[in-house]
Design a protein around this ligand. Structure first.
Ligand code: G4P
Ligand code: NA
Ligand code: NA
Length: 192
């Protein structure tokens, strides 16, 4: 998406070859107009899919996911991160390992908000190794719900997340796909 790529080039900084800082418009300060345009682009891609709810993971997924939910007029459910898993009949839980942050957390969702048969669009800010998305998918499967698609704001295409998700048959739509990066240089893969 053109406006997002322009924002990344103008405000983003590659702090090394692996990590992109976009605190100016996505991860700290948030640009609502850009969020609005990105949500519209995501919904255009998934317009033929049935979507009952949007799902994401706290914290940074919530802003883009809320815009998508608002425009589609469906609820947003964000999965929470807990430091430990506890025996709890009311929760779906899944262990997730973050390579970027080198830590583990337990992804949790209340059984009250995800139901059997629901069609869910997963929205997140970054796709790196795909661990968070696979954890969310695991929870959706526990609920006997279905994934309508996966929408990502920034995909780091040099990391294996996209391939792992498409290998399982999911429709992964990323608004910006970074082929490679270094200080003062960010190269995109064009969506056809
Ligand atoms: P993965 O799920 O695709 O395997 O990614 P990974 O665990 O490596 O990412 C962990 C966290 O780091 C996620 O945020 C993810 O959004 C974020 N992240 C990954 N790569 C980048 C990057 O290049 N730039 C930025 N700014 N963030 C990145 P999180 O821990 O879930 O935290 P939150 O910010 O959503 O609260
Ligand atoms: Na995130
Ligand atoms: Na993040």
């Amino acid at each position: 998406m053109k406006q997002l790529e322009e924002a990344i080039l103008k405000y983003g900084s590659a702090i090394n070859e692996q990590v992109l800082k976009v605190d100016t418009f996505l991860n700290h300060q948030i640009d609502p107009n850009l969020m609005y345009l990105m949500a519209a682009d995501i919904l255009e891609h998934f317009k033929d899919k049935k979507i009952d709810k949007i799902i994401t993971i706290e914290a940074s997924g919530i802003a883009p996911a809320l815009m998508v939910a608002y425009q589609l007029n469906v609820p947003l459910v964000f999965f929470k991160k807990a430091t430990s898993s506890i025996l709890n009949e009311e929760l779906y839980q899944c262990q997730v390992h973050s390579f970027t942050k080198n830590k583990d957390y337990t992804l949790t969702a209340s059984k009250n908000y995800i139901h059997e048969g629901e069609k869910l669009l997963f929205v997140d800010d970054f796709l790196a190794n795909g661990e968070a998305a696979l954890g969310a998918i695991n929870i959706v499967k526990q609920a006997n719900a279905e994934i309508s698609g996966i929408a990502i704001i920034i995909e780091k295409s040099f990391q294996p997340g996209r391939e792992r998700l498409t290998a399982e048959g999911y429709d992964v739509y990323s608004l910006a796909r970074i082929k490679q990066m270094a200080a003062n240089h960010i190269e995109f893969i064009k969506n056809e």
